[in-house]
Ligand binder design. Sequence first.
Ligand SMILES: Nc1ncnc2c1ncn2[C@@H]1O[C@H](COP(=O)(O)OP(=O)(O)OP(=O)(O)O)[C@@H](O)[C@H]1O
Length: 263
Amino acid sequence: MSMVPTLLSVEGLTKSYGGVHAVRGVSFELRAGEILALIGPNGAGKSTCFDMLNGQNIPDSGRIRVLGAETTGKKPRVIWRMGVGRTFQIAATFPTMTVRENVQVALVSHGGQLFNLWASTARHARDEAGRLLDLVGMGAYAERPCGELAYGDVKRLELAIALANQPKLLLMDEPTAGMAPRERVELMRLTARIAREQSIGVLFTEHDMDVVFEHADRILVLNRGSLIAEGSPEEVRGNAQVRAIYLGEGLVYDARHREGASA
Ligand SMILES: Nc1ncnc2c1ncn2[C@@H]1O[C@H](COP(=O)(O)OP(=O)(O)OP(=O)(O)O)[C@@H](O)[C@H]1O
């Protein structure tokens, strides 16, 4: 029996908009150090699910617990303080501040203080910011204005900012959107390494099936608001219902492509 603690527990999560059942009775668990992908065709309910987990949307019914503590319906900031970090599809950084200052702001804000560059807390956060930047391979860029960074580097900085909150669970909404294929692989490898080393659970949504099948330990498949499959990449790839849903959307092609590539 696994001794790895359950980090996130979701039970019967449900949300409707008028007559649209966006999310219907979704239940799943996520363990510490696990990389879990949430996939599904357009309109499947991924964003609605995600937004209920981070507090931006309130479920009609169901329960969400993080390390046993109920987060259902709590405000985003409260959930963030409970150890749920997130990265955004559109990078959220301060372009005129340096890379290091962006991480310092996050560190000081995690400590519940207002950011003031000259205060002693900010000075203490300076070294810690350097450590986090080294961790994501951005140490050499520390003193550059954030607005000068290439897009892939902004995404690595975002990861450092999310880690400043010492998250137990990291929610990543299409983390590799807008990135070149090589950068996608690098960002996900980096995320997976840090998550495993620090026992952080990661839940991510993603349209790029190569990223999903290469990096997820487990995959959840949503369709029309319901969870229709859950399992390892191999199990999900072999699932007839999933193949039918994704026919023409890349998954079937991707599986053949990979089988061909590994032959
Ligand atoms: N604020 C809203 N008001 C009304 N309907 C909504 C709202 N938000 C989402 N929906 C509907 O709920 C369903 C699920 O949408 P959601 O955005 O969660 O799907 P998704 O899987 O994230 O899609 P995509 O991959 O296109 O981002 C869709 O039918 C959508 O039109």
